[in-house]
Design a protein around this ligand. Structure first.
Ligand SMILES: C[S@@+](CC[C@H](N)C(=O)[O-])C[C@H]1O[C@@H](n2cnc3c(N)ncnc32)[C@H](O)[C@@H]1O
Length: 216
């Protein structure tokens, strides 16, 4: 690995301080806090969610999208955050959530129903998958059945719900607050080996990205 750094740095492909920044960010990534985006259709919403995930330290976003092709990303909104958050497209929502449950994750589903609890009453320091839903219909029935907890952000106005990217940010920052207070950003949740592997990937992709012709 040391050879890899020396080669990248000596050949001026990646500055040493850029590699240090990668390491610093990865040491704060929360491996056991993930977001599941169920059928969000608007690229602006999806992009804003990814940007918040990067800011809070979410390592990976899972998403289900029923449309053809990939769910588009708006780079003007992510301002690059999509390069630093792993995106996994899921085709079978139930299977993926059951898999995560099997790994010890609590499934926290955003839902505006009567049986939902205030989002601030949940312990997000536990391994957590936060599920957010479609702009019009919310999360699916199948997801509700798999929920360990249903949460809502209290609404006091005339409008019934928040924009999905805003709701995701509000809840993720509560998770960030709890994890910060517990010192979970002080000790890396990724192993040194995992961090080095990701740095390698990011460094190569960074070089490729910088070599792309810039559009106006
Ligand atoms: C516009 S809302 C969908 C509204 C839909 N009519 C429903 O009843 O779920 C889109 C997504 O934003 C999130 N959301 C919006 N407002 C929320 C709130 N007050 N509490 C929790 N989640 C919320 C949820 O993930 C929801 O699935």
């Amino acid at each position: 690995m040391a050879k890899f750094y020396n080669r990248m740095v000596k050949s001026y492909l990646v500055l040493e301080r850029r590699l240090e920044k990668f390491r610093e960010v990865l040491r704060k990534r929360q491996k056991d806090l993930t977001v599941f985006v169920e059928n969000v259709k608007n690229e602006h919403n999806f992009s804003a969610i990814i940007r918040t995930c990067d800011a809070v330290g979410v390592l990976k976003v899972h998403y289900y999208y029923e449309g053809k092709g990939k769910l588009p990303i708006n780079e003007g909104i992510t301002i690059g955050a999509h390069r630093w958050v792993f995106l996994e497209r899921v085709h079978d929502v139930g299977k993926k959530l059951k898999e995560l449950k099997g790994e010890g994750y609590q499934v926290v589903v955003t839902w505006l129903g009567e049986d939902s609890v205030d989002f601030r009453s949940v312990d997000y320091t536990k391994p957590t998958v936060l599920v957010v839903g479609n702009e019009l219909t919310g999360v699916s029935e199948g997801v509700l059945h798999l929920a360990d907890l249903k949460v809502k952000i209290p609404m006091m106005g005339m409008v019934q719900s928040l924009n999905v990217s805003v709701a995701t940010a509000v809840i993720l920052y509560e998770a960030q607050r709890q994890r910060y207070e517990k010192g979970m950003y002080n000790e890396p949740s990724l192993s040194e080996g995992e961090i080095e592997e990701i740095i390698k990937k990011w460094a190569y992709e960074d070089v490729i990205e910088r070599r792309k012709p810039k559009s106006d």
